[in-house]
Design a protein around this ligand. Structure first.
Ligand code: HEM
Length: 281
């Protein structure tokens, strides 16, 4: 900082000397006479550049990020309707004033205001310790859920800035914690996309059970919530993750999927061409 100070001081002295002597430097003074605006513009520019550089060592106002930054204490002030109702999720602050019926004092979700209570969106633990921004230990599925909440706020409410702390540093840059969470969410999203894709190729069966008759699985053009123009036949798909089998529908002429070799088997005692099977467990 000392070096910066000395350089700036020298520049300032040089600037003043230049200013005092510019009438003796014929080329400068002629230029300024022709373009009077240029003189003030140059002085403004000098001032702005020097000030910005000097200031950047001290100021909390972010230089790298254009976002407004909130300390936890500053955010806490926004839990009263007269000041404004803000909440944060995964380190991002939103103005939830238009949802006053939920968030104003007395509203069912007032406890979310003035803080980042990300974890509670998943756990439903609305105590002071539950309303934390620490999401360590949440499952991948829960992180996806939380990410969906974050997307909801981004869509529904006005974005106001970032909280300095767990997710963003005091320059508004993402922290390593943020990157870890983001990595997990991205991984979870990819897994979900793969599962959705798999669901399209191998839609789950319909299933019913009764004490008298036992279990039945069957395929239809809407089984597993997947609308399609084929019905398919029930098969058992082995899931190595959970070490269990689940019922899927495959096209009748498809004995085994491209990535599922050996993981799909027929139901015993069920006609392989039948769209419905009684399952004996
Ligand atoms: C983990 C548990 C829960 C969380 C984190 C949660 C969170 C929220 C939040 C933040 C809102 C306001 C959304 C907005 O800003 O638009 C909301 C609204 C609402 N919640 Fe919950 N909630 C939970 C559980 C429940 C349960 C169990 C019920 C029902 C028994 C419920 C019923 C509602 C209703 C009816 C609304 C208002 C919807 C509307 O009028 O648009 N919530 N919830």
């Amino acid at each position: 900082m000392f070096v910066k100070y000395v350089i700036l001081m020298s520049m300032a002295v040089f600037g003043i000397m230049l200013y005092l002597h510019d009438y003796h430097l014929s080329s400068f003074s002629q230029l300024f006479t022709i373009y009077p605006q240029l003189h003030s513009t140059l002085i403004d520019l000098y001032g702005t550049v020097v000030f910005k550089w000097f200031d950047s060592g001290y100021s909390r106002v972010p230089r790298k990020s254009k976002d407004v930054l909130f300390t936890k204490e500053e955010l806490q002030e926004y839990s009263e309707s007269n000041k404004g109702l803000y909440l944060a999720i995964l380190g991002k602050v939103y103005d939830v004033g238009k949802g006053e019926k939920f968030y104003a004092s007395g509203g069912n979700y007032h406890f979310f205001t003035g803080r980042d209570g990300s974890r509670a969106f998943i756990t439903g633990d609305f105590t002071d310790s539950g309303l934390t921004d620490d999401v360590t230990g949440l499952t991948v599925k829960e992180l996806i859920n939380l990410h969906e909440w974050a997307q909801y706020y981004h869509k529904e409410y006005k974005y106001k800035g970032k909280v300095i702390g767990r997710y963003y540093d005091d320059e508004g840059q993402p922290t390593s914690y943020y990157h870890q969470v983001k990595k997990l969410i991205n991984k979870a999203k990819r897994t979900k996309e793969e599962q959705d894709k798999e669901k399209l190729s191998y839609p789950p069966c319909n299933a019913e059970w009764s004490l008298e008759s036992g279990s039945r699985v069957w395929c239809s053009t809407r089984s597993g919530g997947i609308e399609r123009d084929w019905i398919g036949v029930p098969r058992q798909l082995y899931d190595p993750g959970s070490h269990t089998y689940r019922c899927i529908c495959i096209r009748e002429n498809e004995t085994d999927g491209p990535n599922k070799k050996g993981n799909i088997k027929e139901y015993p005692e069920c006609n392989p061409k039948s769209t419905s099977c009684w399952v004996h467990s």
